[in-house]
Unconditional design. Sequence first.
Length: 483
Amino acid sequence: MICIPITEIRARDFLAAIHEAAEVADAIELRLDYLNATDLASVLTAIPVVSQPLIFTFRPREQGGQRDLTLIDRQQFWRNLEPELIGYADMELDLVESLLDRPPPIPWDKVICSYHDFQSTPDNLTGVLERLMRTPARVVKIATLARSVTDCVPVFEVIDRAGARPVIALAMGLAGVATRVLAPSRGALLTFGALRQGAESACGQPTVGELRDLYRVESLTRASEIYGVIGYPIGHSLSPAIHNSALAAEGRDAVYLPFEVENLDAFMRDMAHPRTRRIDWRLRGLSVTIPHKLDVIAYLDEVEPLARRIGAVNTVAIEGERLLGYNTDVMGAMSPLDDVFDVRGARVAVLGAGGAARAVLYGLAERSAEVTVYARDLKKAGVLAEEFEARSSALESFAGDTDVVINCTPIGMKGHREGQSPVRREALNGVKLVYDLVYNPEETELLKEAREMGCLTLGGMAMLTAQADAQRRIWQENQKAKR
Ligand code: NAP
């Protein structure tokens, strides 16, 4: 089930949002603590009849709610409600425990007994679960903040340990997204999806559209294959959009998740490696992005020669108990270029001397291009150029006189000197092709100026999709080989 929380603060908007949510939700949570006393009174007299179960919630501020409420206020609130209106009443554990020795204001078979921690995911989560399970509430709920991606592990354990007791368990924050997407497939009663961006009731909550269309949560089961991208930060990665839409188009029983991984060691041990991981899941492959492309190699059982030669892995396939490393950046960078220009023997200026430049240099060397590396750090440019038998020069000295320019710096990227170009416009005079690996924005300042100067242009989106396609081919081939 996907449950949409209603988080409007005015009665009219709140009621309108219930109607809107009823078009798409399986359940609707009324966050009544978002309303002031007057709006709350208006809403309670006008709650529409909808076919979905309504979950009533009246959360005090110290447990993530919007109202300052004493325990007495909360007990009073529930006593004043008509139980018939209520599908479920979400009552916090301390409130439930305060009501155990008297008749409950709401029948226990309508109560969700909940525990929230907005600071962290405590180590003793199963202890918390046991306390919740000792109450007579029909459903138990645990929501904690994931400070790191491995905090997903105890949350998945909670779902497993709840057994036949209906359970809702999730980790908040970007690091916890995996729990929000996978919880229903692992036996949880529901997951929360915001009606739209900006209407989230907790951080890291995807929208209902993302849960349904991007992650296809309703079709996932424990048998679904799991893929994902590891990186830090990961919030702006386009990989989930690219891979999930491809997996859906291919009709695969699989999902691709963003994993915000700061501590690579803990992720590889507790979540990834089949020999040590603490989650029973069908994790089949990982994309690897900044800053883990080099460090991930230490955790792999085998690295293909190309990735070893480049010194970076951007793709991990999990085959049985083994982790295999690949690099699709060379192929991703070169195949869109090969489609539009034959670089054999051409003069090529590579701007930047980082990881992407390295992959590009490898591809250009294979094609016998005549390469000069331009970078702000002359020493780095020199080391890289020497390895690939190219020339090197300072980025500021770039004056054109080349057939192809390939930008491998982030200059012009959204949030990083956006609107600027790594080279002077006049230096593009006579250049045949300008290739910018930056994909956001799709037309960078460099590409705009190149177009105006009459050069052929190629943006970074083509590389992004080409390397992602190559990743899925690797994962599929590994699965076939295994079968
Ligand atoms: P990286 O390893 O951090 O290398 C970045 C390079 O750019 C380094 O040489 C760095 O110089 C230089 N640089 C950074 N800021 C600069 C500035 N303000 N002025 C001059 N030089 C600067 O990053 P990467 O992995 O190679 O990625 C580079 C860019 O390529 C990314 O920003 C991304 O947009 C793009 N990319 C695109 C794709 C795709 O699929 N389209 C794939 C990979 C990368 P220092 O070493 O001196 O810091």
